[in-house]
Write a protein that binds this ligand. Structure first.
Ligand code: ATP
Ligand code: MG
Length: 380
């Protein structure tokens, strides 16, 4: 009997969501079957456009309740032209409600080359892109996007409009702790590059002070480097290795920089993301799961939905992050990443050289998923 049982809610979503999530769910089932000390219990729920069609709302109460009770959530993208801007009920507000209800304040987006064999896809020259391994840790529910605003829609006689950027000490502390825990999970600990605009903004000066104090007092082993956001944007293109490790930053800067770093590996279809409600804890006897929502960074790709050609790797790597950050299961997480690498590696490097259409190949969603599972079984 497995000593630990984890409840995982699966939200297949819309467009290519069900296709790519289907492969990632099979990966998790494979991990569960191979282990005698834990068990993953997967359950599927409707969310997004498909839930609007079935229940008239994107986030039905039963889905929300299941998510609140889950140890972690694996999600495909939601939305599509059927529920576009003119639709009476739209999927996106459901996602905002879900994020808010679960208190997901930390967004994590790793950008690295899943395999050196994909260097040709990067818009950067191979000698610049090789070895890039940046994890963007972004504060997700504070700052400019959540401050007070004044706009002309509300007061047409105004000749100004404004947004406010507010951060509190506790908001900066908690996101710093998330970054530090992730840094400490590597040996040696990853370096943290805290990105701000402290030469101009008051909120950035608070950010810099609190990040420095939190790391000095609580995580003295983690190396800290402060970087202004404008120069960080230049380094990501000109010399991204300088920012290897963790970019820790606030909401607006993180929105922009995480999109910028995500183009380095060459396809949207490859990259995972995590949104967490707490800091991941180190595996231990009294380990407690950290609620998190895991999804690929790409959208529902309605242009290729139903064709069986979507790249499932971003979602499969999201499942690996789920095991690592929410459940503290580093070994199977690493095994999934190694299996993905082997499937992508060129045959002359001992791999299978499989690529979906977005990577310039012709492998289908199921073919890639099945090969990853075949390799994974040899690594678990
Ligand atoms: P959203 O508003 O939901 O983010 P979007 O239109 O911005 O959607 P995507 O849905 O991510 O973006 O699609 C952008 C392009 O990338 C499309 O041409 C899509 O087919 C392609 N694409 C996205 N994800 C994948 C994938 N997993 N595999 C292959 N192609 C993909
Ligand atoms: Mg988009």
């Amino acid at each position: 009997m497995a000593s630990r049982s984890f409840r995982i809610v699966v939200l297949p979503g819309d467009g290519i969501g069900p296709e790519v999530v289907g492969q990632a769910a099979q990966v998790l089932e494979t991990v569960s079957k191979a282990s005698s000390d834990f068990e993953l219990k997967l359950e599927s729920h409707e969310f997004g456009g498909c839930a609007i069609d079935a229940h008239g709302e994107p986030l039905p109460p039963s889905t929300l309740k299941a998510c609140q009770e889950a140890d972690a959530i694996l999600m495909g993208s939601i939305g599509g032209p059927k529920w576009g801007v003119n639709a009476k009920v739209r999927p996106e507000p459901g996602l905002l409600t879900l994020r808010k209800t679960l208190g997901l304040y930390a967004n994590i987006r790793p950008a690295n080359l899943a395999s050196d064999s994909l260097l040709d896809l990067s818009p950067l020259r191979p000698e610049i892109a090789r070895g890039v391994n940046i994890i963007v840790v972004r504060e997700l529910i504070g700052g400019l996007y959540f401050g007070t605003r004044k706009e002309q829609d509300i007061a047409p006689d105004l000749d100004t409009a404004w947004d406010t950027m507010i951060y509190s000490v506790s908001e900066v502390q908690r996101i710093t702790r998330v970054a530090a825990r992730i840094a400490m999970a590597s040996n040696p600990p990853l370096e943290i590059h805290s990105v701000d605009k402290a030469n101009v903004l008051a909120s950035s000066r608070l950010w810099r002070k609190v990040v420095t104090e939190t790391l000095t007092n609580e995580f003295p082993k983690v190396k800290l480097h402060h970087q202004l956001v404008d120069s960080a944007a230049m380094f990501i293109v000109a010399n991204p290795l300088k920012l290897n490790g963790i970019i820790l930053t606030e909401n607006l800067f993180g929105d922009i920089l995480s999109d910028q770093t995500s183009v380095i590996p060459g396809s949207l279809g490859l990259l995972p993301s995590a949104s967490l409600a707490g800091a991941p804890s180190a595996p231990s006897a009294n380990f407690k799961p950290t609620t998190g929502l895991y999804e690929p960074i790409h959208g529902s790709a309605p242009d290729i939905a139903g064709k069986g050609i979507a790249n499932p790797i971003g979602t499969i790597l999201s499942a690996a992050l789920l095991l690592r950050y929410s459940l503290g299961l580093e070994k199977p997480a690493k095994a999934i990443e190694d299996a993905v690498r082997k499937v992508l590696d060129a045959p002359e490097k001992g791999g299978y050289g499989l690529r979906t259409g977005d990577l310039g190949g012709d492998a289908g969603t199921e073919e890639i998923g099945a090969k990853i599972i075949e390799v994974l079984k040899t690594l678990l």
